[in-house]
Design a protein around this ligand. Structure first.
Ligand code: PBG
Length: 319
């Protein structure tokens, strides 16, 4: 009957330190603040406006931020993904120079940098069939990871889902003098329709085909355990399940099976659904936001990547 008793016996508590805020940095004018129509409240940002958001993340005591880059130039080999002066590498240096205490996570993938929007290098056979070349792609992904490390990233998060990339990145980081830099692997990453708005935000929608050759079938659960086991074996320090709300069962299985720091990504589509319904007055946005985050943590994810990170930290403060 009493709130003080409910408070006393509450099993799951959220803390801003659980949240990682995804940010989209766009090359070009430093003052860009471009709304993303399918993600109300989320922006593509130039360097100056990104730095302001980073300051807010620091003040809110978030766990950290994760950076996604929107380069000016895309090509078949995703050059900008591993260039020393790519959009992400520059952003990491600027953020760390001003806010060394802010945890900066970087997403390692090629899809935002390839002209065709795929996560790897694509070959085409005589019948016009496309295939992502795993090993060549892994080679470029390791260069991308090392370039992030050299720029000063605190945590490397490969999201491409190529085979063998965690091990290859671990080896390359060690060889480059970054043996203490941890890896948070997008391990159980499903081929989900919930990523739709992100692909608008990052301009990374595949121009042909889809990602089902390397992202997981949503119908599978045992496979998630196998891929997580493989990533841990290859050197992942933190494993991620994505998307979050449709995968609460997977989060729980991973946490119970491996007892390793487990992250979940509440992805763009999850965010946009809550936002849209909230803006229509169909649900209480703030309560649904907090309920969704609490249940993701209750399922076993102590690290949550969420576009709600700042709003949720604000809500916790006023509680
Ligand atoms: C790949 C990547 C994606 C997301 C995070 N990293 C897109 C994809 O796999 O197609 C999706 C995140 C979201 O939907 O919020 N770089």
């Amino acid at each position: 009957m009493h709130e003080n008793i409910r408070r006393l016996i509450r099993e799951t508590r959220l803390d801003p330190a659980n949240f990682i805020l995804p940010l989209f940095i766009v090359e070009g004018a430093r003052t860009i603040d471009r709304p993303i129509p399918s993600m109300p409240g989320v922006l593509q940002q130039g360097m100056d406006s990104l730095l302001r958001t980073c300051e807010r993340a620091l003040e809110a005591k978030l766990g950290g931020i994760i950076l996604f880059g929107i380069p000016e130039e895309k090509d078949e080999h995703a050059h900008e993904a591993y260039s020393e002066h790519g959009v992400i590498q520059n952003a990491i240096r600027e953020i760390k120079a001003r806010m060394p205490e802010l945890l900066v996570v970087t997403d390692v993938c090629l899809c935002e940098y390839t002209s065709h929007g795929h996560c790897g290098i694509v070959s085409e056979d005589e019948r016009g069939e496309h295939e992502i070349l795993n090993d060549v792609s892994v080679e470029l992904l390791t260069r991308c990871a090392v370039s992030h490390a050299e720029a000063g990233a605190d945590l490397i998060a490969p999201s491409d889902m190529m085979d063998g990339r965690v091990g290859a990145i671990r080896e390359a980081l060690d060889a480059g003098g970054f043996s203490s830099l941890p890896i948070m692997s997008y391990s159980a990453k499903y081929a989900s329709a919930f990523y739709g708005p992100f692909r608008d935000a990052a301009g990374s929608a595949p121009q042909f085909g889809d990602r089902r050759s390397h992202q997981m079938d949503v119908a599978n659960s045992d496979e998630a355990i196998r891929v997580v086991a493989r990533d841990i074996d290859e050197g992942a320090d933190i494993v991620m399940v994505k998307p979050a709300m449709p995968s609460l069962d997977i989060i729980r299985r991973v946490k119970e099976t491996f007892n390793i720091p487990t992250a979940a990504y509440q992805v763009s589509g999850e965010y946009s659904m809550i936002k849209a319904a909230g803006m229509n007055g169909w649900i209480d946005e703030k309560r649904v936001m907090m309920e969704s985050l609490t249940t993701i943590k209750r399922a076993g994810a102590s690290i949550i990547l969420t576009y709600f990170a700042l709003a949720a930290a604000e809500a916790l403060k006023s509680e």
